[in-house]
Design a protein around this ligand. Structure first.
Ligand code: GLY
Ligand code: MN
Ligand code: MN
Length: 337
């Protein structure tokens, strides 16, 4: 994705080549496929070149070279200043790269580039959302799960059936367990809120969707609490547009929670893409501003006697925003087993 733009920026920074290893997700960002034991060289002009290990068998429109001794081969190819992603290589690798030539860190360039999604990237995230919601629908439709892990396993099997990986280990938290935002465990599903947080990876791109159901009959207070979270989420989403500072988004959400703000113990959301958490950041400390093409999550929650979170994935458009996830948000009640 966006190789030409990246090359232009390399030139501006007087970097002749950028070298990315296949353990780095930015390799897959440009290469559009996940492979192993390979190195991508993007020159500031001309065709990128991929050095593949002797055992790999891949097809690519890039120049392809089989390497024998990768560092020797790189030294022969890359004459000049080289850009490396310091955030994704080991100290040892950095040392070896610096023997090839003068190095400059390009990690900030990669973060900036990936903040704004292309149409193809948005289409993949949308498809990941669609497939996640298909699973959520199935869970609700034939609810006969007894343990939290039964739901987790169902999510895993369904994601494999859809040729997807998971963006993260699914969170399935019943009753008091839902008070822990990143709960992992396997308790019996009880009467009370049931929080599901699911993310699939479709062609390298993540979804990240949370819904909170109620098992059994909720009290008036339960319904009120749920409505509070939903109204903060919907108001936050309504305000999304290009130019909005993410810090003010966070400030406003916290104001809307009023006296319950202290039970909102994580930030309102985050950028979403190849990584489930990526730029832009949404927090009180963030300096980011929303721009057309960004994809973010909006996921307010309350964690006190119970736990509730509602999370959707949203594309920022020129004048407003589009919801990429669409699963119903009103409180779904699951009759007690
Ligand atoms: N599933 C992790 C998150 O919502 O950020
Ligand atoms: Mn999230
Ligand atoms: Mn999530």
């Amino acid at each position: 994705m966006k190789i030409k733009k990246f090359q232009k920026e390399l030139k501006q920074r007087k970097i002749d080549f950028c070298i990315l290893i296949s353990d780095d997700i930015n390799f897959s960002y440009f290469f559009q496929e996940q492979i192993e034991n390979s190195i991508l060289v993007i020159p500031s002009k001309g065709k990128p070149c991929v050095f593949v290990g002797p055992l790999e068998n891949i097809k690519t429109s890039f120049k392809k070279l089989k390497y024998k001794n990768p560092f020797k081969d790189l030294k022969n190819l890359c004459k000049g200043t080289i850009g490396i992603n310091e955030s994704k290589i080991t100290v040892e690798q950095k040392k070896r790269f610096s023997k090839i030539g003068r190095t400059k860190d390009v990690s900030d360039m990669l973060v900036e580039l990936r903040k704004i999604k292309t149409k193809e990237e948005v289409a993949r995230i949308r498809k990941a959302c669609y497939l996640t919601e298909k699973i959520l629908k199935k869970i609700v439709k034939n609810f006969n799960f007894k343990y939290e892990k039964d739901i987790k396993n169902f999510i895993k099997i369904e994601s494999i059936k859809n040729n997807c990986e998971l963006s993260f280990e699914p969170i399935v938290a019943s009753e008091k367990n839902a008070r822990i935002p990143h709960y992992s465990g396997n308790k019996r599903i009880k009467k009370g809120f049931l929080l599901l947080d699911i993310g699939l990876k479709y062609k390298g791109y993540c979804s990240d969707i949370s819904r909170t159901f109620y098992v059994g009959e909720p009290t008036k207070n339960d319904v009120e609490l749920y409505k509070k979270v939903l109204s903060v989420q919907q108001e936050s989403i309504r305000s999304l547009k290009s130019g909005l500072k993410t810090k003010s988004l966070e400030v406003n959400a916290r104001k809307m929670f009023e006296d319950k703000e202290k039970y909102f113990i994580h930030s309102l959301g985050h950028g979403l893409g190849m990584d489930v958490h990526e730029a832009p950041s949404i927090s009180l400390k963030s300096k980011d501003e929303l721009k057309e093409g960004m994809v973010i999550t909006i996921e307010p929650g309350l964690y006190h006697n119970q736990g509730i979170r509602i999370e959707d994935d949203i594309l920022i458009t020129k004048k407003s925003h589009k919801k990429l996830s669409r699963f119903p948000r009103e409180l779904i009640i699951i009759p007690k087993l």
